[in-house]
Design a protein around this ligand. Structure first.
Ligand code: SF4
Length: 442
């Protein structure tokens, strides 16, 4: 029997995957494995994969190809996450040197799967989506010493026509409010000051315990955890996003004044084809709540261009929506056909070249909005959590409550100053489309 003792993990995709990897790392370390920095040094190599776009999926298979020869040298390969769930045992055919394929709904069984690997089993799978459990573990290994993720809900019960998540992460399962609050308290006593609540759709959180909290109640209570100065949450779904969330942000400065509310398209016709369950007007009503809030709430979004059937007029409606909302930033993508999704059945595909043209126009329009929006910060004093130091520029890297990067210098700097993890007041002296720059005021 050969016992594998070192592992390397590479993570692709969203924050949910990043946090899942933190939990997997903690689980492996508790099983006696030690983490190494490169795949070359490792005996067991994990890829935690993303299949949201075709490109992300191809990247995983190309990584596996690169290391094919290494299998002959005794390495074991494991594929986790969305590609694992989507492709299942087909991965063994495509990449025969892979020994473990496990989707996120089966991570609870990882310790047993590792035992199977160690006892020489060459094909181990965890692919069931039939679960009511979430992957909660006290063993999470967090890299960032100041900001911690907490998963509050896994899976998704929506069926947006372009999205693989319902097929790769399974149905919605919420954690109990007591376990979330207890994790937040533990993190605060371990020195974390910022918490980010995670879920595919955090707004549909439903406490399975008799307390029966909804998302707004959970958010407000996490925001009252002593020692926690900032709480963020992602991702929201406009259909389930309620005014109470804005009221909670207005009432408690610990809840960051930033909302990421994916719109995907500014055309009601396209939203309907996407099965998004809201109209442009429904979405704009939520934006209106945010604009009327007492606090200055930064708003960000996701946009897909070139969804099947998207006409020039639909695209223009999306551009007009960007102007109307004045987003602080956006993530924008060309529509990508994904396996199993309802959109595969739709005709009227937009040619790749046209998708590219629309994406460029959209990004240019948004860049101009960001230049204008960020210019309004000139002269303002913003509180930053210091996340890093850039040796090349001599600037500290800070993040505002609105999730803007604010690079700054400290005029009265002491060379031994270490501001990492502290909160600093910074006056904005320069602005650009993607970040702000300034000087600390003390
Ligand atoms: S809400 Fe829609 S886009 Fe978001 S994970 Fe669920 S199905 Fe995918």
């Amino acid at each position: 029997m050969r016992v594998v003792k070192t592992f390397y993990i590479e993570t692709f995709g969203c924050q949910m995957n990043v946090h899942d990897s933190e939990k997997v790392i903690g689980t492996l370390i508790a099983q006696g494995y030690s983490q190494v920095a490169t795949p070359e040094e490792a005996e067991l190599v994990f890829y935690n994969t993303c299949s949201i776009r075709d490109k992300a999926e191809q990247k995983v298979f190309s990584r596996l190809q690169q290391f094919k020869k290494e299998h002959g040298r005794g390495k074991t390969f494991a594929v986790l996450g969305c590609v694992a769930q989507q492709e299942g045992e087909k991965i063994f055919a495509k990449a025969p040197h892979v020994s473990l394929v496990c989707g996120s709904a089966s991570y609870n069984q990882l310790p047993e799967m590792l035992v199977q690997l160690e006892t020489g089993n060459r094909r181990v799978t965890g692919l069931s989506l039939d679960t009511e459990d979430t992957f909660d573990t006290p063993l999470t290994r967090r890299d960032n010493p100041h900001r911690a993720y907490i998963t509050i809900i896994e899976g998704c019960d929506k069926s947006c026509a372009y999205c693989v998540v319902p097929f790769t992460r399974g149905p919605e399962r919420s954690r109990t409010s007591a376990s979330v609050i207890s994790e937040a308290r533990k993190l605060a006593s371990a020195g974390y000051s910022e918490i980010q609540l995670l879920g595919q759709n955090v707004n549909s959180y439903r406490d399975p315990s008799p307390a029966g909290w909804d998302f707004t109640t959970l958010l407000a209570n996490v925001g009252r955890t002593p020692g926690i100065r900032r709480v963020r949450f992602t991702t929201s779904h406009p259909r389930d996003f309620v005014q109470g969330i804005i009221d909670a942000i207005d009432e408690n400065l610990a809840l960051c004044n930033h909302v990421h509310l994916p719109v995907q398209s500014g055309s009601t016709r396209v939203l309907e084809a996407m099965q998004r369950l809201y109209t442009r007007d429904d979405y704009m009503r939520r934006i209106d709540w945010m604009k009327k809030a007492r606090r200055d709430i930064a708003i960000t979004t996701d946009v897909i261009v070139g969804f099947p059937g998207e006409t020039e007029a639909d695209f223009e409606a999306t551009l007009a929506l960007l102007d109307a909302v004045e987003y602080d930033s956006i993530f924008s993508f060309k529509y990508s056909r994904r396996p199993n999704t309802p959109a595969l059945a739709l005709g009227d595909q937009v040619p790749e070249e046209e998708k590219g043209r629309r994406l460029t126009i959209l990004q240019e329009r948004q860049r101009a909005i960001q230049v204008r929006r960020n210019a309004t910060y000139l002269g303002r004093v913003e509180e930053c959590l210091v996340e890093g130091f850039n040796k090349a520029t001599g600037q500290w890297i800070g993040r505002t409550s609105q999730n803007k990067t604010l690079n700054f210098i400290r005029p009265t700097a002491d060379p031994v100053d270490n501001l990492l993890g502290t909160y600093v007041e910074v006056r904005v002296t320069r602005t650009g489309p993607n970040s702000l720059a300034g000087e600390s005021v003390h």
